[in-house]
Design a protein around this ligand. Structure first.
Ligand code: TUI
Length: 315
């Protein structure tokens, strides 16, 4: 159903589909389900205490014999612990987010661990390529969570133009149409987050999943620009108050304090009014909970059928 390309070969997977690394959401259960379905499942280290992360790394190997990845979020105070755990557990692939991954590449590449940074601009992409990245994930501002300023369409095409290493496209992709569009722009793989939140194997609170299912195209908002870390999430009581505070130029410390612990509240406790329901703009397209393997087969099948139809326009 998919021949192979540089991403499937690099990662040793069946389909070039990577599961987005979502803090508090992307655990061993979700990662194993995606990897067993032929994609690359990712465990998000996020702000996880190192002991808990180590348990997840042990658990994922008990659930799958397929390759998987670990995401290191570089804004986290514990990112160096995650780095050492990746080395100690010989994690096949490491993705990074929210910063420059030079130290991660220097530490892990000599061990044969493939490092694939998430980047949000052409300049970032060129820098991580020089630092030794195996591939990049070009993430547009349609994505959920911490984002850059460039759209997926503009970013994927421009990054693909300047890099000779493979490009994976992310942000605003949740079906086969998005996959095919990414390929047309020069990507050789896609990363999906929001769609995989609604996988049956995902342990995010039911309220969080239903907030995504109920969302439409205009349901998300970007807050946190004042903090220098813009974050996209679904509009709710929390974003409304936070936005008001930003408009009134509240002190950084006050905003930081107000925002602290909100993602966990939404994902773990299911408080989707006072918590941060991070989600991409494509949430409006996600309308049901289904197994990860079914999501993957559906996306690949749609892209394949559509490629045939579109090909015929040019016959
Ligand atoms: O990292 C993400 N998405 C995330 S991280 C996260 S946890 C969080 N929670 C609250 C505030 C901040 C973070 C939730 N979602 N995606 C990858 C990504 N990386 N998006 C943007 C970037 C990025 C930004 C700047 C990558 C590199 C970069 O470099 C800046 C520099 O140092 O030049």
């Amino acid at each position: 159903m998919f021949s192979s390309n540089r991403i499937t070969k690099l990662l040793n997977i069946k389909y070039p589909i990577i599961q987005g690394a979502m803090a508090w959401v992307a655990d061993a259960d979700l990662a194993a389900a995606v990897s067993n379905g032929g994609g690359l499942g990712i465990i998000a280290a996020g702000n996880m205490p190192p002991e808990m992360l180590e348990q997840e790394l042990i658990k994922v190997r008990s659930l799958t014999d397929k390759p998987f990845g670990l995401n290191i979020m570089l804004l986290s105070p514990t990112w160096q612990d995650a780095l050492e755990l990746a080395a100690a557990h010989d994690v096949p692939v490491v993705t990074t987010g929210a910063g420059m991954p030079g130290k991660v590449i220097d530490r892990l590449s000599p061990l044969g661990i493939k490092v694939i940074p998430v980047i949000a601009s052409v300049a970032h992409a060129e820098r991580v390529k020089k630092q030794g990245a195996a591939a990049v994930i070009a993430e547009g501002m349609e994505a959920g969570g911490h984002i850059g300023e460039i759209t997926t369409m503009a970013l994927t095409a421009q990054v693909s133009n300047v890099l000779d290493i493979p490009v994976v496209s992310a942000g605003g992709i949740a079906d086969g149409r998005g996959m095919l569009a990414a390929f047309a722009l020069g990507a050789e793989g896609i990363q999906m987050g929001t769609r995989f939140v609604c996988a049956s194997e995902c342990n995010a609170h039911e309220n969080f999943k239903h907030k995504i299912i109920a969302a439409n195209d205009r349901s998300t908002i970007v807050t946190g620009r004042a903090l220098g870390h813009p974050v996209r999430s679904i509009k709710n009581k929390f974003t409304q108050i936070f936005q008001g505070m930003e408009e009134e130029r509240a002190a950084i410390e006050e905003l930081d304090k107000f925002g602290s612990g909100r993602l966990r509240a939404a994902v773990v406790d299911g408080d989707v009014e006072n918590g941060s329901v991070m989600s991409g703009q494509i949430a409006g397209l996600v309308d049901r909970i289904q197994p990860a393997s079914e999501i993957i087969e559906e996306v690949v099948g749609e892209a394949r059928d559509l490629a045939g139809n579109i090909g015929s326009y040019f016959a």
